[in-house]
Ligand binder design. Structure first.
Ligand SMILES: Nc1ncnc2c1ncn2[C@@H]1O[C@H](COP(=O)(O)OP(=O)(O)OP(=O)(O)O)[C@@H](O)[C@H]1O
Ligand SMILES: [Mg+2]
Length: 352
């Protein structure tokens, strides 16, 4: 297993930096996702780690060894792309054997490793099929097996599920997560799909415009985003204006939906006006008459199958989104009540 360290890595195309001085440490066996909008530099970062592109500045270390001067084939990485890029004229077994043959592995070793890799991705019966005879999900599993069969130090995955339909993507997500834990290989996974990153990763690295905006566990990123951009990119977010108060020595956020504690690490000062993050699941919808509820008016009700999403306008004109299971029970223009969970509120920035 291998530890990966990226130091001040920069890649420019013309005047623009696709990757702008990023630093990142990935522990042995860790599953790290690079998550961010299109064009933020995820694939470029991965290509630099793989060695397909040369950095303009910075270093990449595998277990302390600077691999920057090494070509891809000497970096000992396994890579899977969005397009499966299987050799169409070779059978599954031949696709898998190819990398080992290039490395001049003995025939017996090749046979054994190919069989093991096929078993790993549960395709043992398909060794003699051609890629065109397989489904998209099966082809992507072959691509995974082909990346793993060489027993690389690091697994690099660039949107490997993007070409699959939604159901298959869910299945493969579970499959890749399980496989990675079983093999225990250090993995960097590129995606712009936040659910994918949250589901599978030990750590999520959020990138914007060639830079790392935040790195943390999926929970950190969701519950404690370090700014407006991360908060809105990951899941649904409401922002409420809050005034900082003090109650028995504890900093509180006073909002239109009630007063709740600020997290202990907050450095806000009493009287300050902040924005706080309220995720839709922290809100419950009630009849306006319910005690302790704050009243609002339904501005929009959108049914999505599993849940209905409401936009509610509060008395102070702020709006919030709430989700309730099942079909819409309140229609536009109707008065409702809102209840905010008792949890601390995460500050997202100062209101100017
Ligand atoms: N070969 C290249 N020549 C010029 N510009 C490039 C090249 N490769 C990438 N870029 C630019 O660098 C930036 C980052 O691209 P990159 O492919 O890393 O983004 P990404 O985060 O992977 O996006 P996506 O989610 O769309 O795949 C983009 O602005 C892109 O246009
Ligand atoms: Mg990309």
């Amino acid at each position: 297993m291998t530890e990966v360290v990226i130091q001040d890595l920069t890649k420019r195309y013309g005047a623009a930096a696709a990757v702008d001085s990023i630093s990142l440490s990935i522990s042995e066996g860790e599953f790290v996702s690079l998550l961010g909008p299109s064009g933020c530099g995820k694939s470029t970062t991965l290509r630099l780690v793989a060695g397909f592109d040369q950095a303009d500045a910075g270093k990449i270390l595998f277990d302390g060894q600077d691999v920057s001067p090494l070509p891809p084939e000497r970096r000992d990485i396994g890579m899977v792309f969005q397009s499966y890029a299987l050799f169409p004229h070779m059978t599954v077994a031949q696709n898998l054997a190819f990398g080992l043959q290039m490395r001049k592995a003995p025939r017996a070793v090749i046979e054994e490793r190919v069989a093991r890799a096929l078993d790993l991705v549960r395709l043992d019966g398909k060794a003699d099929r051609y890629p065109r005879e397989l489904s998209g999900g099966q082809q992507q599993r072959v691509a995974l097996a082909r990346a793993l069969v060489i027993e690389p130090r690091i697994l690099l995955l660039d949107e490997p599920l993007a070409n699959l339909d939604a159901k298959l993507r869910d299945e493969m997500r579970l499959f890749i997560g399980e496989l990675q834990r079983r093999v225990g290989i250090t993995t960097i996974y590129v995606t712009h799909d936040q659910a994918e990153a949250m589901n599978m990763s030990d750590q999520v690295v959020v990138m914007f415009k060639g830079r790392i905006e935040q790195r943390g566990s999926p929970r950190d990123i969701y519950e404690r985003p370090n700014g407006l951009e991360v908060a809105t990119f990951i899941g649904q977010a409401n922002f409420l204006s809050a005034t900082v108060t003090v109650d028995t020595g504890r900093l509180m956020a006073q909002t239109a939906l009630g007063t709740r504690p600020l997290p202990p690490e907050s450095d806000a000062s009493p009287g300050q006006v902040l924005s706080v993050l309220v995720r839709p699941e922290a809100l419950t919808l009630t009849d306006s008459a319910a005690p302790g509820a704050v009243s609002g008016v339904v501005e929009l009700a959108q049914y999505n199958g599993a849940f209905t999403e409401y936009r509610i306008r509060l008395a102070d004109q702020e709006t919030v989104c709430v989700q309730t299971p099942g079909p819409a029970r309140h229609s536009r223009g109707v008065g409702v009540g809102l209840r905010l969970a008792m949890d601390p509120l995460w500050p997202i920035g100062s209101d100017a």
